[in-house]
Design a protein around this ligand. Structure first.
Ligand SMILES: Cc1cc2nc3c(=O)[nH]c(=O)nc-3n(C[C@H](O)[C@H](O)[C@H](O)COP(=O)(O)O)c2cc1C
Length: 211
């Protein structure tokens, strides 16, 4: 009798081997569930899950803190292949015309185009390698292919242990006016400061929760 169940269980297990299509469907379902949870988390301010959701997401507590920063910025993860975007602010999406799911997981180079100055890109790459902040004026392209001059400030962001957790890129469209009368440099530094605090606090709370 026992053997019968064992054999049946083994057979069932063999038959449960998922096909590639089924795996893709499962992955899509997981992404949809996480997207709903993240949206719920954002709209209610309540934590749904403290864990990282994978390469396309930051933890939900950090997500909530970052959502309060109303400027255009992205966070990229330098520990993942090709330094992908793991967080994009609503203002960034409005400025560039892309949807969130089109930019998460992508390297920022999709913003460049035919007339983007290679020396600006070289400067960005050097500062990333040296793990230093940099500011460049760079020609960027929106999804609809229209171009704009972007005052881009990039800075490493460290966690509570001092390790670089992310790089932040703050974008200000040249000529845009700040309602508080702040210069582009002051706006960039204020955003970077808020992000540094949010990341540090989030890393402190997640490390205090680990066993
Ligand atoms: C935080 C951060 C923000 C970045 N933002 C931009 C950006 O807005 N535009 C851009 O062309 N490159 C940006 N980069 C650099 C790109 O990721 C990439 O290194 C650069 O475009 C060179 O591309 P390549 O590797 O194809 O030469 C950013 C990098 C970091 C770390």
């Amino acid at each position: 009798m026992c053997n019968f169940f064992l054999i049946t269980a083994l057979e069932i297990e063999e038959k449960c081997e998922a096909s590639d299509t089924e795996k893709q469907l499962a992955a899509t379902a997981i992404r949809n569930v996480l997207s709903v949870l993240t949206h719920y988390s954002e709209s209610t301010g309540r934590l749904v899950c403290e864990k990282r959701f994978g390469p396309s997401f930051v933890s939900s507590s950090l997500h909530i803190s970052l959502g309060r920063i109303k400027q255009s910025f992205v966070l990229v993860d330098p520990h993942l292949p090709d330094i992908p975007i793991v967080y994009a602010s609503d203002a960034f999406l409005r400025m560039t015309g892309y949807a969130r799911n089109e930019v998460l997981g992508q390297n920022c180079r999709f913003l460049t185009g035919v007339d983007t100055d290679p020396s600006a890109l070289h400067q960005i790459k050097q500062s990333i390698q040296a793990q230093q902040a940099c500011s460049v004026r760079i020609l960027h392209y929106r999804k609809d292919k229209s171009s704009f001059w972007n005052l881009l400030h990039i800075s490493p962001v460290r966690n509570a242990t001092g390790k670089i957790a992310y790089f932040v890129g703050v974008q200000i469209e040249e000529g845009s006016v700040d309602r508080h009368g702040l210069s582009p440099e002051m706006r960039q530094l204020s955003v970077v400061g808020s992000i540094k605090v949010a990341v540090r606090i989030s890393s402190m709370s997640s490390s205090s929760k680990s066993p």
